[in-house]
Design a protein around this ligand. Structure first.
Ligand code: KG4
Ligand code: ZN
Length: 321
């Protein structure tokens, strides 16, 4: 059994996953509401709340799975990328638990974790496949050759897709985090009402900052009252442009690489229009799209494992290596 811990951003999460990839429990405590008044995650607030939540969340994950620490064979924890103060809370908890039980510890890259959400039961996906990873912090196209090995084909030159959703939501007064709010409101709007541009950048990269600026100008030109009246149309059209950009690049990459299997992971993979636009693609289950610890435990099955006690100096890292 693997005990996974994830604290890279504003979700405190713990999960128990078997070596075969069965999820025995997955507990996610989101702090989103806490950060909402600030329009984004406040790192110091996040760290303090991880500190309060990490032990109750861990206890709950063990209870829900019907296991005790005695049943755990190794501990897996997100090492980065993410907020360093937040990551350190999870890493410290993982070290203490592993050390006290003389267990090995697996440091996991958060992005490998998102990809490994596809490897969990009951219907795990097998490489090779092309993976679109779209979250609040990253937008990547990966050629996944094997479990734990991938080649980066494209990334965003500015904002991440989830960040574009969040910034758009903020402009429309929908609060933070905004992806799900735009998704919901867009259902009541006309996606063709406004034509927002999809940036054409070279290769297989993405760019979303122009789209956000275009929404800003459109809202400003409409004026407060009219923008409020047409909020659903704005949300639907903005979402349409974002989805079009993601789908276009993913299809291009699949063709270029001759990969007919496409998978989508990360928070934005929860988007209903994206799911509709790629009917043949494999999407991570909804509960595993946004940050969770089951995906971290899953990735630990394929990555590095540090034997007891050679992990006490393990440090967090903030950004992509
Ligand atoms: O993977 P994730 O939980 O955290 C990071 O690793 O960043 O992704 C969070 C992102 C946020 O930007 C959020 O707005 C977005 O995923 N998101 C969505 C939806 N649900 C969450 N974006 C679009 N549509 C959704 N339904
Ligand atoms: Zn994530």
């Amino acid at each position: 059994m693997i005990l996974g811990i994830e604290t890279s951003c504003d979700e405190t999460a713990a999960a128990v996953v078997s070596e075969a990839g069965e999820v025995h429990s997955s507990v996610v405590s989101s702090q989103a509401e806490l950060h909402s008044p600030y329009g984004g995650v406040v790192p110091e607030v996040a760290s303090r709340h991880h500190l309060e939540l990490v032990l109750p969340v861990l206890r709950r994950a063990l209870d829900d799975s019907g296991t005790t620490m005695g049943d755990i064979d190794r501990v897996a924890v997100t090492q980065g990328p993410g907020l360093v103060g937040a990551l350190l809370v999870g890493i410290s908890a993982a070290k203490a638990l592993a050390w006290s039980r003389r267990l090995p510890l697996a440091p996991v890259d958060h992005l490998d974790g998102h990809v490994a959400s596809l490897y969990l039961g009951p219907n795990p996906l097998a490489p090779p496949f092309l993976c679109l990873l779209a979250s609040g912090g990253h937008t990547l196209l990966l050629a996944v050759g094997g479990h734990g090995s991938s080649e980066r084909l494209g990334t965003t030159l500015d904002d991440a897709a989830g960040e574009a959703f969040d910034k758009g939501a903020r402009l429309l007064g929908l609060g933070y985090p905004g992806g799900a709010a735009i998704d919901g409101l867009a259902r009541e709007g006309d996606p063709e009402a406004f034509r927002f541009p999809v940036a054409r950048v070279e290769g297989l990269d993405f760019s979303f900052s122009g789209l956000k600026t275009s929404l800003l100008y459109t809202v400003r030109d409409l004026g407060v009252a009219e923008a409020e009246r047409r909020k659903a149309d704005l949300a639907a059209s903005y979402q349409r442009a974002l989805v079009r950009a993601l789908v276009g690049r993913a299809r291009e990459a699949a063709e270029l690489r001759g990969l007919d299997s496409l998978a989508v992971v990360g928070g934005v993979a929860a988007n209903s229009e994206l799911r509709r636009a790629l009917p043949d693609a494999r999407f991570a289950p909804l509960e595993l799209c946004t940050d969770n610890a089951a995906m971290i435990a899953s990735a630990a099955r394929y990555g590095e494992m540090l034997p007891y006690p050679h992990y006490l100096e393990l440090d967090a890292y903030a950004s992509l290596s």
